[in-house]
Ligand binder design. Sequence first.
Ligand SMILES: C[S@@+](CC[C@H](N)C(=O)[O-])C[C@H]1O[C@@H](n2cnc3c(N)ncnc32)[C@H](O)[C@@H]1O
Length: 280
Amino acid sequence: MTDFETSCTIVVMPDDATIDSRAAIREQYKTPVNFNARVRLHGRFSTNKVSGGMFSWIFDQIQAPPNARVLELGSGTALFWRANQNRIPPGWRITLSDFSAGMLADVRANVAAIPHAFSFMQIDAQALPFDDHSFDAVVANHMLYHVPDKPRALREIRRVLVPGARCYAATMGRSNMREFTAMTQRFIGISMGRAAEQFGLETGFDYIRPVFSKVEVRRFDDALEVTEAQPLIDYIESTRIGRNATADQKAALKEYAEAEIRARGSLHFTKDTGILIATA
Ligand SMILES: C[S@@+](CC[C@H](N)C(=O)[O-])C[C@H]1O[C@@H](n2cnc3c(N)ncnc32)[C@H](O)[C@@H]1O
């Protein structure tokens, strides 16, 4: 299996740059290296093996006309389009965007083999360089928790959508990876994974409600059963907090993970993920 095939079922926890400065977020996403380490853990150990994974499920939720103009914000490494490459309606005019030049370069390379024409733009979700009512759908997966001024980004998204069109924003709920949060708290002294407080299924709902005419939450049933300790350590080290943890802290965490896996066969992590669908 390629990295991509194993990564189709992801819902990746963001780096805790989520709660850091804009500079830290830019640093985290300067290139896809850190993001890919987190994708790998979810790709390998997610229990929901539905074909195409969560990105295929999100695609199923999209309602847009055959000739839709579609904008994706924070495209990352284009996982969404690679997971759905065989069913993109030929009439869709798709703009892929990210505020990171490094991620956008990866996006271009990753969609090159998909038989569909895409446009690319380096843009910040808080200031969309488009006229009002320019799009029939906006996709903003796993990225709004990074945006400093969320109401502004949401107002921008609503402005560029035609009335009645939808924004699809995948994110996680408060109980997502709660065992992981407890584990990092115990061994590193800091609880990683607080994105749900920034823009999660619960908090995001509250941000969207005043801006859009309707908002709906749909959840995707999944969990992680991790059977190897090292990918967990790689995941932790892909984050700023993890890199700052001491070697002793990481060794203790790894030892704990290995003992649990020996005793129980796997380490279980709850996943609480889904999408917010906002109607303009
Ligand atoms: C966790 S990744 C998600 C990537 C992709 N949407 C996915 O689901 O696989 C977050 C992405 O959002 C981008 N991003 C963060 N803040 C942004 C902003 N204010 N405007 C546009 N993109 C942003 C990052 O560069 C990164 O590529």
